[in-house]
Design a protein around this ligand. Structure first.
Ligand SMILES: [Zn+2]
Length: 278
């Protein structure tokens, strides 16, 4: 079996060539943080079912690369050099290495979408020297998340401020190029966004952090402790998961086991997951 820290999964959406590129994984999250609103007994049952250690739950970081004829777009950038600051993130921060290993030069990336301001999504935006990791790219981000991220004391704040001149901020949603739409999905953060990719009949929903674990698909109300607005996050999850299941649109969830791709199916008031790929 290949090492999940340097994995790549190639697939097509219509005429777009896409790849899920793994930034590695973290094992620092605890069950109490990920499922802060879960009733204790039921959470215990779920953790046993999935054979999870509540103090060491593995979360992957699945970044998406989209190539069409004229440009390359990257969605989220992993931990980058911030991985070293977080115990449990020693196996993250691999995105750029994995891009290079697979023949992608960082100078060739035209557009970068940050789905929200959390460090595990924006950390790779700068290189170790503090320069833009994708030197010719325009970086896109929801204005509300920019405001929150650039004013909150964290490692991510410096990254956002250093990238300010490269940043294209938007209100609500934006179509950054034909077939690549950024859609507001608030709650996890004020401007948390998802990305809908469409080409020649093919579709994909990049759901970012709507689910940090498969358990969030089954129990969308079990919001995460660090969510900006847990009630709104739960409502957004239900709305988007319901849409993806009804329309049979495949979804990419950033933190699910690599490559994080799958289909949702209605199940007991929540959704079950049929993974695609590996
Ligand atoms: Zn995340």
């Amino acid at each position: 079996m290949s090492d999940p820290r340097n994995d790549i999964y190639n697939f097509d959406i219509g005429r777009f060539n896409c790849a899920v590129i793994c930034d590695g994984f973290t094992e620092y999250a605890t069950a109490a943080i990920l499922f802060s609103r879960a009733p204790r007994k039921e959470l215990g049952e779920k953790l046993r079912f999935y054979e999870l250690n509540p103090d060491k739950i593995r979360c992957f970081n699945n970044c998406l690369l989209i190539k069409n004829n004229s440009e390359i777009t990257l969605v989220d950038t992993g931990f980058g050099h911030l991985a070293g600051n977080y115990p449990g993130a020693e196996n993250a921060g691999m995105l750029v290495e994995n891009l290079k290993k697979n023949g992608y030069k960082t100078e060739k990336i035209d557009k970068v979408i940050f789905t929200h301001y959390h460090f595990d999504h924006i950390g790779g935006g700068l290189d170790r020297k503090g320069n833009p990791a994708f030197p010719h790219a325009v970086y896109y981000m929801n204005k509300k998340d920019w405001q929150k991220g650039a004013s909150t004391e964290s490692y991510g704040k410096k990254i956002l401020l250093d990238l300010e001149s490269r940043m294209e901020l938007f209100d609500g949603g934006i179509e950054i190029s034909p077939g690549i739409k950024v859609i507001p999905a608030p709650g996890h953060t004020p401007g948390h966004s998802i990305v809908k990719i469409e080409s020649a009949g093919g579709e994909l929903l990049y759901a970012s952090d709507l689910a940090a674990h498969q358990i969030h698909l089954e129990r969308p109300g079990w919001s995460m402790a660090h969510e900006y607005d847990p009630d709104l996050a739960a409502r957004t999850r239900r709305e988007i998961f319901g849409y993806a299941a009804d329309k049979k649109i495949p979804m990419l969830a950033y933190h699910l086991p690599f490559p994080g791709l799958g289909y949702l199916h209605d199940k007991n008031g929540g959704w079950s997951w049929r993974p695609l790929g590996h």
